[in-house]
Ligand binder design. Sequence first.
Ligand code: GDP
Ligand code: ZN
Length: 333
Amino acid sequence: MGAEVGPRAEGERAMVQGLVTAIQANFCQVSLEIPGPGGLEQLLCTRRSRLGQAGTRIHVGDRVGLEGIDWPAGRAAVGDLLPRTSLLGRPPVANCDRIVVVIAMAEPEPDPEQLSRFLLTAEHSGQPVEVVFSKVDLVPPAQLESWRQRLISWGYEPMAVSTASGDGLVRLRERLTQPGIAVVCGPSGVGKSSLLNALVPALALRVGRVSGRLRRGRHTTRHVELFPLAAGALIADTPGFNRPELPRDPAVLPALFPEIVAALREGSCRFSNCQHRGDPGCRVGTGWDRYAFYAEALAELQLASAAALESRPQRPSNRLSRRRQRQQAPDLG
Ligand code: GDP
Ligand code: ZN
């Protein structure tokens, strides 16, 4: 490996293409678009240094062009990164087509604020969002129904599943076996690995029956990986993070609430800069389930962005003060 340095012949460019399904250290696993000799489906690849120099980071979900292929050894190098349609930040997954937010009906108890944070993060990706209620075997039907109604009022149509009883798995598989990449997220312990195991039987994901501490350890050391669900359909489990950050910009917040989006589809508020906090002529109003959460999240983000503005050096009124400020700057830390 590493023999082909120098300009490539044009014809060689991206002859063989594939999809990055896992990354570990300097290697990535690439699933070939068209199987190679002997039906070979995957190659273990290194990255060409020029990709690194250009500052291009390759992520799981990226489509890449391969070079220097050593078929017998099953090795190659990533030479080209093909254009992305999207990039999720956390977990880093490129070209994701839908996000599945999993929330357990019990063990752990559903926490509306935590669920909302996951939903906001998912909505922020701009991709379609699906909600899955897991461990439905642990709660009476009435309790499940009341959560279902609640999520419907938030603008979602949750799917109820149980890997223990098998309920809902066929329907979930149908929903997810569309071409593209689905990313599964949700608090740790809600049964994401169990679901993946049930959906991708070939998978030997270790389902945690271990203590909380070990479980966290497992999640921090694991990497994002894409697993085949059906032809062209891939699914990624995400290492657990339990309290996703809110998006930074308060201005984007309203668009992440389907309730607000639906209300504004009916007509606009009286003031174009309406913050939907009981302002006069607001179409959204305050009588919706997540209003208190929305108002708090907005206030939190506004405070944070005001604090960020204040911590910047004040705008100098003339050159002299600017110079003085520059001289003072090192002391400020
Ligand atoms: P993850 O952290 O979200 O990946 O959750 P796991 O898949 O590791 O599951 C956490 C625990 O919940 C394990 O002990 C599973 O056996 C259990 N579990 C998963 N799915 C179900 C379910 O449908 N019903 C019940 N009762 N327990 C489940
Ligand atoms: Zn409004």
